[in-house]
Design a protein around this ligand. Structure first.
Ligand SMILES: [Zn+2]
Length: 84
């Protein structure tokens, strides 16, 4: 299981800096875990959370406002199975 530290992340439980690691389980669910206090959390609906964590408060490149119908199409294009 590949784990990556999230630079600058603060544990919501023990509030220590740089103790949060992120990993994907066998079902491609993303989790984060604190190596200091053992805090664990499943990260829902954030398949690109590791990238977003380094780009907080910045607009995502290529992202534009979409109608509801367009959102459905984007989801299909971003099938995680094809990205891995
Ligand atoms: Zn902690």
């Amino acid at each position: 299981m590949k784990r990556r530290f999230i630079a600058g992340a603060i544990c919501p439980k023990c509030e220590q800096l740089d103790k949060i690691v992120m990993y994907d389980d066998d079902n491609h669910k993303r989790h984060r875990e604190c190596v200091s206090c053992g805090f664990k959390e499943l990260m829902l609906d954030q398949p690109d959370a590791d990238e977003l964590s380094t780009r907080v408060n910045q607009p995502r490149a290529g992202e534009k406002p979409l109608s509801h119908e367009d959102e459905v199409q984007v989801v299909q294009l971003m099938d995680p199975k094809k990205l891995h």
